[in-house]
Design a protein around this ligand. Sequence first.
Ligand code: PGA
Length: 248
Amino acid sequence: MRRPVIAANWKMNKKIEEAQDFLDEFIPLVWNERNVDIVIAPPFTALYTMANLLKITNIGLAAQDIFHEDKGAYTGEISPVMLTDIGCSHVIIGHSERRIYFGETNEIVNKKIRAARRHGLEVIFCIGESLSEREAGMTFDVLKRQIMEGLRDISSDGLIIAYEPVWAIGTGKTATPDQAQEAHESIRKTLSHLYGEPAKGVRILYGGSVTPENADVLMACPDVDGALVGGASLKAGSFAGIVKYNKQ
Ligand code: PGA
């Protein structure tokens, strides 16, 4: 039985005070949710404050990116040592916005995942096809390549996959449950080639315009083990609605 993960990706949103206000409202809504892992990824600037506020809660803290070296002359970068020092439990790696706007390749993503795992951070590894790739019938090939190259020489421990079709991110267009299940099943098949039996334990989240309204049907798919939520995670009420998907 895979324990579901519901993760918030705030992207470049929320100042410290807004993050505090969110938690004031959100924590009481979810404090007794025992059957799901909840994770929030605020921007770097809010991590320290959030870490202190989340200390005695059931909520994990993620960074949205990482650099692959531990320290040194890398102006502007944040290392895994710094993230664990500040209290992060998770890190999102390879988000499509990083791939599109910052040129992250599967090779770079692979280095980042290795660095994160070296320091015990749980990794939310994002993969997904673009609209043109889907229309060209390349979805499964793209996913396979992202997995094989992104996870080269990396074990399945501490690994969470987020399938986020690029055409569904921030667009209001959600994959249908059939599309999501089909993609998740193909991802799990690739993971089985890579890891054998332990692939059955890897949690695969769906991301792309998840809302409290559609969380139920997506989460009902046998290979969908949670959600990575952008826009709908910015309001405490709607993110809590997704966390409580199974009880609605
Ligand atoms: P969205 O973003 O929920 O706003 O579509 C998801 C993501 O990019 O992780």
